[in-house]
Design a protein around this ligand. Sequence first.
Ligand code: PMP
Length: 402
Amino acid sequence: MASFFAFTPAFAEPQGSPIRELFPYLGRPGMVSLAGGYPSPSLFDQDGLAEAAAQALATGAGALQYGATEGSPALREQLAAQCRARGIACEPGEVLVTTGSQQGFDLLLRVLVQPGDAVCVETPAYPATLAALRQAGARVLSVPVDAHGLDVDALAELLARTPAAERPRLLYTVPSFSNPCGTLLTQARRERLVQLALQYRMAVVEDDPYGELAFTSERPAPLYACAQRLAPEANPVIYLASLSKTVAPGLRVGWMVADAAVLRRCTVAKQTVDLCTSPLAQSVAVHYLRSGRYPQAVARACAEYRRRMLALTDGLARELPGRMSFVTPAGGMFVWASFARDIDPQALFEAAVARLVLYVPGKAFYADAPDLHTMRLSFAAPEVPQIAEAVQRLAAAVQAVG
Ligand code: PMP
C-alpha cells in the first residue's frame, strides 16, 4: 500500500546497508562471521575506559551539558596532538569533533556536493560512502585500485578526458589500509594525487580510520600532511579520522581537519544535525587520551590484528591454492579476495552460509559494474581458532561449488 507520506527522491526506493542486511545470518547458531567491520571486543581497554568514564562524570556538570559544536577545547587539543603524532601540522582550532568519522563525510556532502555533481570514488569502496553519495544525488565516477591503492594513472586519464564543466568536485579515498581492500597508497602516489587535486581543483576526502593499525614499519604520513608540504597555501585535502577502530566505536568520536572555510561550514551544518557530539563521550575520550594508555592499546591491537590477518591469509593460501587471490594487507581489518571465474558467486555465498561461514559479497562495494567474483573478509572480530575454522568452511564451500 502506498504510504501516506511523500518521500524525497533520495528515499523513494531506499536501499539499506548491504552489510547490515547480512545480520539475520549472524543469528544462526555456530555461524563464524568474517563479514563484520567491527573491532575485536577483546581489544577494548575496558579498565582504562571505565576509569575515564568515572573521571568524566566526576568532573562536574560539563560532561552532562550541551557543548560547543566544534567540540570541547580539551578534546580538540588531544586530537590535534594525535594529528601531530601522525605528521600533520595541526592546532586545536583546526579540528572539528564529529559523531564518528561517518558524520564528517555526511557534513562534507552537505557543504560541497549538489545533486548531479560528479564525485570520484576509489572502487571497490566503503559501502556507507556509496550510500551517502546516492542520497546526496551525486554522480559517482569509479576509479580503480590495485595492490598499491588508488590507481592515480587511471584517475589522471579520467580527469583529462572529462570536460571541464563535468569534472568531479570531490574524490573520496581511504589511502591507509583501506576498507575493503586493506591496501596502502604509496608515497609517490600520494604526491601525484595531491598534484592532480591541485591541477583540477578537486577536493580530496582522506578517510583515515585505520591508519594507526599498521602491521609493519611502512607508514607513509597522511595525504593531508603530504598536501601541507606540497601546497602550504591551499590544501585540497580534508582529513577524517576516528577513535572507533583504536579505542571503541561506541564512543562515536571522530574528527575532521580541513581548511578554515570548510570547517566553518561543516560546523554550521552540524548545528542542525546534532548540536554537538555527545559531551559525555567527548569527556571520556579526553580522560582516556590523557591517561597515556592509548599508545599501548594501539600497539596491542596492531599485534593482535596482525596475528589474525596471518591466520586468515596463510589459511587461504594453504587451503585454496589457485582458487582465491588476494593482497596480504599491511594493516587495517580487511582482506579483499577474488575467486576463480568458474565459481558461481551466488552458489558460493549459499554454500558458505550453509557451512556456517559468512563474508560480504563484493557487489556491496561497487556503485556500478561490480566484479561479482570478489569478497571482503574481515579478520578483526573473530579469534584465531575461529578464523582457522572459517577458512576450513570457506574452502569446503569453494570445493563444493567449484
Ligand atoms: N570510514 C570507513 C572507511 C570505515 O570503514 C568506517 C567504519 N566501518 C567509517 C568510516 C565509520 O567510522 P566511525 O565509527 O568513525 O563513524
